[in-house]
Design a protein around this ligand. Sequence first.
Ligand SMILES: Nc1nc2c(c(=O)[nH]1)N[C@H]1C(S)=C(S)[C@@H](COP(=O)(O)OP(=O)(O)OC[C@H]3O[C@@H](n4cnc5c(N)ncnc54)[C@H](O)[C@@H]3O)O[C@H]1N2
Ligand code: MOO
Length: 598
Amino acid sequence: MTLNELLADCRVPVLGLCAYSGTGKTTLLRKLIPELNQRGVRLAMLKHAHCNFEVDKPGKDSYELRKAGADQMLIASSKRRALMMERPVEGDPELKELLGLVDQSRVDLILVEGFKKLPLPKLELHRAEVGKPFVFTDDPLIQGIACDEATQLPDSCTLPQLDINDVAAIADFVQGFMARWQPVALTPLGPSCDDTERKQLSVQQGLDRILAMANPITEQQAVSLIDSLNRVLAEETVSPINVPQHTNSAMDGYGFAYDPTCEQYRVVAEVFAGYHYPEPLQPGEAVKIMTGAPMPAGADTVVMRELAQQEGDQVRFEGPIEPGQNVRQAGEDIALGATALPAGKRIGAAELGLLASLGLGQPKVLRRPKVAIFSTGDEVCAPDQPLKPNCIFDSNRFTLHGMLTKLGCEIIDLGIIEDNEAAMVHALEQAAAQADVVLTSGGVSVGDADFIKGALAKLGQIDFWKIAQRPGRPLAFGTLGDTLFFGLPGNPVAVMVSFMQFVQPTLRKLAGERDWQPQRLRAVAGESLRSRVGRTEFLRGVAQLGAVGQLQVVSTGHQGSGMLGSMSKANCLIIIEEPLAQVQAGESVWIQPFADLL
Ligand SMILES: Nc1nc2c(c(=O)[nH]1)N[C@H]1C(S)=C(S)[C@@H](COP(=O)(O)OP(=O)(O)OC[C@H]3O[C@@H](n4cnc5c(N)ncnc54)[C@H](O)[C@@H]3O)O[C@H]1N2
Ligand code: MOO
């Protein structure tokens, strides 16, 4: 069984703990569980045991009734319940089946102990005195290793290393794992009768189908450094220099060759940043040196000026001196020939500075995706025109403009297209001829959508889907020649939500970004939130740090899909996944911060 098959039904992260006996796994868990609870993480433990384990005692009714032949013994009080089942199997019980028994709506995490050989992400626990081999050397799913001081890890080990006695650090690691975790993508449905008829897709199924059609742009352009902001790097940036170029001083102070027997040094020169002292320093000599100035040959250590006393040309230092202190080695930030940035990286402020620090004034970037947009509907008026009776101002084109600009797209704005088929065909032809992607809003549901549907049928291959989500249930997607087409629903909030879930990842993939997954975080619900089993609910939320340093989220209140005000108040979407009907106050939920787009 593969990892994806094993965890296909899991809606919360599952982390295994693997250790040989004697490592202190239970001792650690007895401290780790309260630590995680205190941070708001509720968890289930799943533990492998020997074949005849008992949780009950002879003489207790439940024990006797089970022994008398009850296939399942469920015992319950106002506080707790226990279900005991007699399930003899050959070998070990099936972990997938056991995971299915856990009530996942009540926990944020499942910790699994003792299924060492199964394909699960795991944290390895190791103590040198136990004298057992490492597991990670043979198990690529180990995510980190918590060990004691006496453990010697091989140099080749690149896993995060934790102190097995540092419970807080292990809890941080577990929370980091939870934050990165994504549910296993459901396999796209085959053309079952039921599906083709209803065309109801899960969010993930819709996204998988769309992404499968998006081919990254490969055309490259050289642009000036300043114009490369928010563009995507076409090729790996290999550093043409060492950064810093020379070994230099990190302090204003005195540079010299460290000698524990030397009590004072003779100052032979003063070195400013941008200059250098050409002679090798002799034993007992020092230079007065400024931050950033190159260290003279022979000098390896700097003492800051505040700890030095110079009289005439003699200098003495106060306090202990570490050999090599306050010196930045040539290439310690980025070495000559090292990869400074990977291809497919979006250039932000830090990358702009990094490219500048390498002297790369004309980075090669990928062409920006061209996106044509227009709004449809006779009721839709441009905001700079007087509002006609029974009409609304066109807001969708402007929210799309905003989000596309943030994503670094070139926008072709075709305005508002009137509701007739000829106008629609013309607009779509014009859009598809110029753009990589065409976005429209409105006209994809069952009502007055005939014009755009007819026009699309004439020009391309478009499918009208229902996505099991709210808002944004109707979605049209397909191709107009080589151009991708998205028909977003007309309701203003639905436009934004559908854009975030489907258009944003597609455009980031098209733009050549390698890392285009939207950021998702776990937050504690500050109130109970309702949804419906079978659809993903995207509520507008306000997330902020709670009193105990935890992310907390509440909804913005009324959630009508025409209420743009709710988007403006929000700083994230709260995601209530398909299997859940509600989230109680105090439970944790996924949120998708708006940071990238709004
Ligand atoms: N019988 C059904 N009716 C509806 C269904 C359904 O499944 N069966 N789905 C509902 C959902 S959910 C949505 S969302 C909407 C989507 O409808 P359309 O994509 O066809 O959009 P329109 O009907 O053209 O407009 C809906 C709404 O949005 C306003 N709108 C349209 N364009 C703009 C714009 N550019 N700027 C601002 N607002 C715009 C329009 O005036 C309507 O109020 O269908 C439901 N109905
Ligand atoms: O789900 Mo519609 O997308 O209600 O607005």
